[in-house]
Design a protein around this ligand. Structure first.
Ligand SMILES: Cc1ncc(COP(=O)(O)O)c(C=O)c1O
Length: 410
């Protein structure tokens, strides 16, 4: 029996996370399936930012660095989100961007393995990661061995200083086995840096249990922190005593307000800070995290998986015969929180969808990504999106949209 819309409303009625949608300020008439690029706005964020501007900044002025707890905010917020990563609180801080944190983490790890000359990285990872790794290799006279994610473990050898890869791939959403790949790196004496861009806030993570060395993640995707929200970085406690970030600013100094000219590294995770945090974004992110209060990451992952399973079922029933391909794992246990569908005209089809209020994104050359913000996407939204694609194809609506110009965002 083909899946009907009322099957999906029944799934929504039985959804234990359905209540969380009320925690978001979603615009009317929009079916938002792009939480993997930019999460929706949690309620309370606008008020918090207004309060910070009017009261803490407006009235408190410079005093708020102490009085409003600004100075300690990166560590305080890192500790708040640490359980979502399966990490003890003192190992996480909120700072910089994913790419900058990746740079700091990979260099810090390379410095812990001075006799080794190779970085192993994922061919098919998000390009920024590979640009960063290539730049580090050039600066430090190392070489990079690229391998597909599935062949990473077999590529690690006794010359590998650091392994860098994404836990959830940005195109296919394939999940890597963190425990197994980390163990393979450690067995060869290497360290591992995980990119959690598509994992944090989407899937269950156990960084401590799985013995991750370093990890970096995203604030603006599934964690809904807002455009350009600061990233998070995790460093396992066992590495804190040898932690040498390449970006030693005054915030990584043990006594920033002593204004000493010699550098003395801050203890612990603070060593991964560099400079003055963007306080409005940071505090917006702190309030955004409250959308997850009281919700277990196992339930979040289960919901995302169920939404993805539904999308794939509907793809089989309605889209496969229309010339689409599936670029996602059918095994829900190995799939993160988005489903990628391919078509030679993906860009124009996505534009036609967006014109109808169904927002996903496009990744060149031919991928349409549909991400399921598990706290606010409903099963019926997935149904409506597939219905819209089906209709666009039958009416050839996509032909009304121009082919991509280079540089287009979505
Ligand atoms: C997997 C992955 N890594 C890194 C990045 C780069 O993020 P940023 O622009 O915050 O450095 C992204 C951005 O989407 C990403 O998806």
């Amino acid at each position: 029996m083909p899946t009907t819309r009322s099957d999906c409303t029944a799934l929504d009625a039985a959804d234990a996370l359905a209540h969380a949608r009320a925690r978001f300020a979603l615009p009317d008439g929009v079916n938002y399936l792009d939480g993997n690029s930019l999460g929706a706005v949690p309620k309370g964020v606008a008020q918090r930012v207004a309060h910070v501007i009017e009261e803490e900044w407006g009235r408190g002025l410079i005093r708020s660095w102490n009085a409003a707890g600004w100075f300690e905010a990166p560590g305080r917020i890192g500790a708040k989100m640490a359980p979502m990563l399966g990490a003890a609180p003192h190992q996480v801080t909120i700072t910089d961007t994913i790419s900058i944190n990746l740079y700091k983490a990979v260099v810090a790890a390379v410095r812990m393995r001075p006799d080794r000359r190779t970085i192993v990285a994922e061919r098919g990872n998000f390009p920024s990661d590979n640009h960063i790794v290539d730049s580090i290799a050039e600066t430090f006279g190392l070489s990079v061995r690229y391998a597909p994610a599935g062949a990473i473990a077999a590529t690690i050898d006794r010359d590998t200083a650091v392994v860098e890869l994404s836990h959830v791939n940005y195109r296919t959403a394939e999940i890597q086995d963190m425990a197994a790949t980390t163990a393979a790196a450690h067995a060869a004496g290497a360290l591992i840096v995980w990119d959690l861009a598509h994992s944090s806030g989407a899937v269950e993570l156990h960084l401590d249990r799985d013995r991750a060395d370093f990890a970096v993640g995203c604030g603006y995707k599934f964690l809904n922190g807002g455009p350009g929200a600061p990233s998070h970085i995790y460093v396992a406690e066992r590495h804190h005593t040898h932690l040498q970030s390449p970006l030693t600013g005054w915030y990584s100094h043990k006594a920033p307000f002593a204004f000493r000219h010699d550098f003395e590294r801050a203890d612990g995770i603070k060593a991964m800070l560099c400079s003055t945090p963007p306080m409005l974004s940071l505090l917006a992110f702190e309030t955004a995290l409250e959308a997850y209060d009281g919700i277990a990451m196992s339930a979040v992952q289960a919901k995302g998986r169920a939404l993805g399973d539904l999308m794939i079922k509907l793809y089989d029933e309605r889209l496969a015969r229309l010339g689409f391909g599936l670029s996602a794992s059918r095994d829900g246990a190995r799939r993160g929180n988005h489903v990628s569908i391919t078509h030679a005209e993906s860009y124009r089809i996505m534009q036609a969808l967006i014109a109808r209020g169904v927002i996903g994104d496009f990744r060149a050359p031919d991928v349409m990504r549909f991400g399921f913000g598990p706290l606010y996407v409903r099963f019926v939204d997935v149904f409506d999106a597939v219905e819209a694609i089906d209709d666009i194809m039958h009416k050839s609506d996509w032909k009304n949209f121009a082919p991509p110009e280079s540089g287009a965002v979505t």
